[in-house]
Every structure is written in structure tokens, then in C-alpha cells.
Design a protein around this ligand. Sequence first.
Ligand code: NAD
Length: 288
Amino acid sequence: MSAKLLEGGSIADAIKAEVKETIAQMPQEQRPQLVAVMVGDNPGARAYAKMQRKSCDEVGIVYELKEFDESISEADLIAAVDELNEDGAVDGIILQMPVPEHINARTVQAAIASVKDVDGVNPANLGAVVMGQVEGAPCTAQAVVRLVQETGIDLYGTEVVVVGHSEIVGKPVALLLLDKFATTTVCHIGTSDAGLLEQHTTGADILIVAVGVPGLIKGSMIKSGATVIDVGINRVKDEEGKRKIVGDVEFDSAVEVAGTITPVPGGVGPVTTAMLLKSTLYACQSHR
Ligand code: NAD
């Protein structure tokens, strides 16, 4: 058996088209504005910012990258975030990761006004996720939920297993699917260390993996016909030493067992980017 590919590109395009259409109907001066805060000069963060700008341009969101020297103190960075919170023209604020070691990212993220927190990392927005509110949730969690919905599966009573319990993916995904009456199990490093990971994953109708370990989930750990959403992004070298990106699921063995599977790259990633645009529009509509 070879699983059906659940590709993110067309879903992302549909989300972007919706966002673009709504923005096109707004007066020019009321177009949503997203500000990305970057501290220091990290190549990964810069590449991500470039991609954000391109996506924002595509749909008509005004994008600004605010750069700060890596020596900036946490207090001064929070003061800068406060200014953006007060600026009525700014709808969304996102803190680019990573930040230098002397800055506590969580403290700065918590300083972003909840209505402008388009990345869904402010405790207030994570709290709203407990109540089933998907709009303010972290973009990757929203993307996973959207991908699951695209399969058309009725979640009521399904066995969902989430591997990884981060604040931006595993925990919010588990809560949002729990809210749809799926029976949700969350696994993590403790599950693996107890030798129980496979016992859980093989029971999953829907398996969501967000760990950061290339090929952690093999085909033998997947229930026949299951839906597999691979969130992992891992940069590895192939046999010829060429760099490539792989997920947390061993694709070649998984595709033989699963019913539906997301590819990496091209699965969760593009939908996450589209969700950032959707969240920025939502923030604009909510706070103005
Ligand atoms: P994280 O790095 O904060 O946490 C990792 C999680 O995996 C923890 O819950 C940990 O307990 C668990 N874990 C680690 N080793 C394990 C093992 N051997 N067995 C079981 N569980 C194990 O997680 P994160 O920030 O959610 O990132 C996870 C992955 O998702 C990374 O590869 C990251 O790059 C990727 N990611 C992708 C997107 C996207 O848009 N596609 C967005 C965010 C993160």
C-alpha cells in the first residue's frame, strides 16, 4: 500500500487567496501590518524573515522587520515591544527566534499584547486554546488542525496520538483536537525512555509528530491506514553529503503503511506560513 500524500502547498494557496481577497476589499491605509522583531543577525532568522516578507507581499500585508543589535538588554527590548503594542498601525508582532542567550524569549513573548500576538505564544492566547479557540493558537498548531480537517475525518472518538509536547505544537494541537472529541494521547521523551512510544503510536488513527529527531517514527510504529502529520524539520546530509530536509517520520517505510501522510518539506511548513498571514488579518480585524 502507498499512502495518499497530503500536501500543504494547495491548502496554503487556498488560505492565502482568502486572506488576499479580504485585504483587497479594505481601504489601502487600513491594510494589516505585521512587524517582526529580530535581535542580532542569525542567518536562519533572516531567511525566515525574507520568506515572511514575500508571503506578506503576496497577500497585501504590510511587513516591517525591526532589527535590534544583539547587545540590547531584555528591558530595552520589552520597551520596544511596548511601543509596538501602543502603535495603532501595527496589527501583529512576532519575535524572530533565536534570540541571544541573555534574553528570555518567553518573557519578551509574554510582553506582546495578546491581540497582536499572531504567533500565539502569549500565555493569554495559549490559555484561550484550552477553551478551544483556534484563531489565537500558535500558527503551526493551527496548520496541523487544518491539515487534519482537510482529510475529512470525523474526529469524534478517533484515537489521536501527538508525539512531542512543546508549547507551540504538541500541547496546543492536543488540546484543539481534544476539543473535537478525539481521544488524545501526548507522548514525549519520557514515553520513549519508558519504552512505550511504539505501544502508543501503533494505536493511533491520527499520528502527529513534532519532535525534531529525524526518522524517529518508522513504518512499523504506524497503524495501517492511519493519517500521519509530520511536523519535524531536520537538516541532515544524504549519502553523498548533500544537505536535505527530512521530517521526524521515516518517510519510505511510513508511506507503505499509512493511509495519508504529509511530506517534508511541503507539508506542514507552507500551511504554517499561510496561518501567520491569516492570524495577522484576524488580529487586524479584532483590534481595530
Ligand atoms: P521542541 O523542540 O520544543 O520539543 C521537542 C519535543 O519532542 C519534546 O516534547 C520532547 O519531549 C520530545 N522528544 C524529544 N525526543 C524524543 C524522543 N526520542 N521520543 C519522543 N519524544 C521526544 O518541539 P517543537 O518546537 O515543537 O519542534 C519539534 C519539531 O517540529 C522540530 O523539528 C521543529 O523544527 C519542527 N517545527 C516545524 C514547524 C513547521 O512549521 N513545520 C514549526 C515548528 C516546529
